[in-house]
Design a protein around this ligand. Structure first.
Ligand SMILES: [Zn+2]
Length: 138
């Protein structure tokens, strides 16, 4: 990733942090544990397939509704980072609609997801897990 790319990510993540709506998306216990056991690289392989199928076409089917709210850590990451549909890609990431995504744009979306998933993992506790919470409180 170039310096330019990482500066772009910094500013997008800064904006996302100011969005109450985007901040609401956090991994639930099940998705967290799935991510932790599978690891980020596996999640990103799935993400690449979701991007290819659901975002990359010029006019994705059911755009705006193609990404479920839960059921895979990547789906949650997509809503949290506004990479869930072409409309969000346009308004948050300035990626034009109405044409297929370029390879560089697919890679960019992956790098956004990677950053979010790694940050979630770094929190290193499963949500709603009382034992873990107690440990962290000490
Ligand atoms: Zn969206």
């Amino acid at each position: 990733m170039t310096t330019q790319d990482s500066a772009r990510l910094d500013s997008v993540f800064e904006a996302l942090q100011k969005s109450e709506f985007r901040q609401k998306f956090r991994l639930g216990r099940k998705d967290f544990l799935a991510l932790k056991s599978g690891g980020v690289p596996v999640a990103l392989r799935h993400a690449a397939a979701f991007i290819e199928e659901r975002l990359a076409p010029a006019n994705p089917a059911k755009d705006g509704m193609q990404t479920p709210m839960k059921g895979h850590p990547v789906f949650v990451a997509q809503h949290a980072t506004a990479t869930c549909c072409r409309r969000c890609l346009l308004s948050w990431h300035q990626i034009e609609s109405g044409r297929p995504l370029a390879q560089g744009e697919k890679d960019y979306v992956l790098s956004v997801l990677k950053r979010w998933l790694e940050a979630e993992l770094e929190k290193n506790r499963a949500p709603d897990d009382p034992d873990q919470m107690t440990l962290l409180d000490i």
